[in-house]
Design a protein around this ligand. Structure first.
Ligand SMILES: Nc1ncnc2c1ncn2[C@@H]1O[C@H](COP(=O)(O)OP(=O)(O)O)[C@@H](O)[C@H]1O
Length: 190
């Protein structure tokens, strides 16, 4: 089983690249953002718990997110591996994943970060907000909160995975194809 964590700031292009990578490596793509948005749209219990946080650009509490993620993983017992997109986003979540995966005989294979400067990313998010209908992409203040959340809670994961020798970074600026190429060259060399 190969488990890849796609890592990057809001707007870094994780979702776009995940679409290509899941096909190429036959992986199950789990995007916590997408799963939350599905639950919001369908007004499920989970959606009700997540809504305020998401609408404000804050992280949903870890207990809620981790329980959801583990449920999703368990739905795919026969997969060749997972492409985690948007999870883990805190040290607490990374530890939870490192505890859970061995219970299914697995582990994180590698974390790959898509790197880009904040100004480029904020501009991308505002552009996406014009068409995506995502409330959290339409308001600079909410985008700012998401970057603050990233810097405080998610950035420490870089050190966490570096210590495990599992951290790889690629330049996230370029055409979609160029970036896919960079990611596949990392994965093919794992
Ligand atoms: N692992 C997570 N932990 C907590 N909250 C999360 C997580 N993943 C997604 N969310 C919630 O869903 C929102 C949107 O997620 P996502 O689409 O991945 O965002 P972005 O485009 O900012 O990277 C986040 O701002 C957060 O509220």
């Amino acid at each position: 089983m190969i488990n890849i964590v796609l890592f990057g700031k809001p707007g870094a292009g994780k979702g776009t690249q995940a679409e290509f990578l899941k096909e190429k490596y036959n992986l199950t793509h789990l995007s916590t953002g997408d799963i939350f948005r599905f639950n919001l749209k369908n007004d499920t219990e989970l959606g009700k718990k997540a809504r305020v946080f998401m609408d404000n650009g804050e992280l949903v509490p870890c207990e809620v997110t981790t329980a959801m993620l583990i449920d999703e993983v368990k739905k795919h017992p026969d997969t060749a591996g997972f492409l985690f997109d948007g999870y883990p986003r805190t040290i607490n979540q990374a530890e939870a994943l490192d505890k859970f995966l061995p219970t299914i005989g697995s582990s994180v294979t590698a974390t790959i970060a898509l790197e880009a400067d904040d100004e480029i990313l904020v501009a991308r998010l505002l552009e996406r907000g014009k068409t995506s209908g995502r409330a959290d992409d339409q308001d600079e203040e909410k985008i700012r909160v998401r970057y603050q959340e990233y810097n405080e809670k998610t950035a420490p994961l870089i050190g966490y995975y570096k210590e495990q020798n599992k951290f790889h970074a690629v330049n996230g600026i370029g055409t979609i194809e160029e970036i896919t190429e960079r990611l596949t060259s990392v994965i093919d060399n794992l």
